[in-house]
Write a protein that binds this ligand. Sequence first.
Ligand SMILES: Cc1ncc(COP(=O)(O)O)c(C=O)c1O
Length: 326
Amino acid sequence: MGRNLYLKWSIYMIMLNKEFIDTLSMRYVWIDGELIPEEKAVVPILTHALHYGTSVFEGIRAYWNADDAELYIFRARDHYARFQNSAKIMGMRINYGIDDLVRATVELLRANGFREDVYIRPIAFVSANTINLDIRGLRVTTAIIAIPFGRYLEPKGVRAKVVSWLRIHNSMFPIQAKVGGIYVNSVLALIDAKNSGFDEAIMLNRDGYVAEGSGENIFIVKNNTLYTPPTYDSILEGITRATVIEIAKDLGLNVIEKRITREELYTADEVFLTGTAAEITPVVDIDGRVIGDGKPGPITLKIRNYYMDIVHGKVDKYRHWLIPVY
Ligand SMILES: Cc1ncc(COP(=O)(O)O)c(C=O)c1O
């Protein structure tokens, strides 16, 4: 074989190999009933949702249990119920029911063959190419994306800042809907906290009471009782929040939903954040005030451990919250 021909042949073999490797590592996403390679899932520049935030979304986790060799999706039906409600509030029509979306999620996770913890991002967005604000009757595309995912916040505890951006009030925006556009409020809050050297933001509401984190609900512990802001205080009604309220009883803990002031945060025995991504994250410092003894508190850790057992399918009582993938 001549030198040139050999070179050409080698390059061809390398390209072939790369294509083969790409196929092996290809991730699929689900879009309107079809599984397609992630890199083909792109949107045109005039897509309505890109300009106006006209999307609704969810964040769901699936946990890998090595002992059971099983991947469990946590509270998928509750997430898809909230997804449907978000779309209803926005006047967007999703053409899939809760059962369809759960089935699609299982299909997607199987197609990707995940054997690790996964974050699932369902999104429905106004996909028509128009600058018109009137979204009535416009096309809505529904997609589900899943990515391997570990910790979102440091489980050993975060330092939080009460930022000057307020949580958008219920009267200004349907805060119970997880709408893409509203997340600029969270983005501004988080970069404010990060720019000041903190890990996470805590937002107050219009009335000056504690609302929530940039993507988490908040709980304080005082004298062995849990307190969390009520849903009318401009918070997203988190599924992890609801989970903590339900499972706290098993640990002999009382939960009270009540308005929380900033000084109650500073003087709490323990503070923790809850969210699908954040799970149960201790807060060890707020605005430079050390919370408790500056370490994750015993009640926070008890709840966190119990929660992690539940999501991994180790607590029979709550297995109805899990959907096995394999
Ligand atoms: C603003 C906000 N609050 C609270 C939460 C926690 O909600 P969940 O526990 O349902 O994930 C989230 C996350 O979805 C969020 O984005």
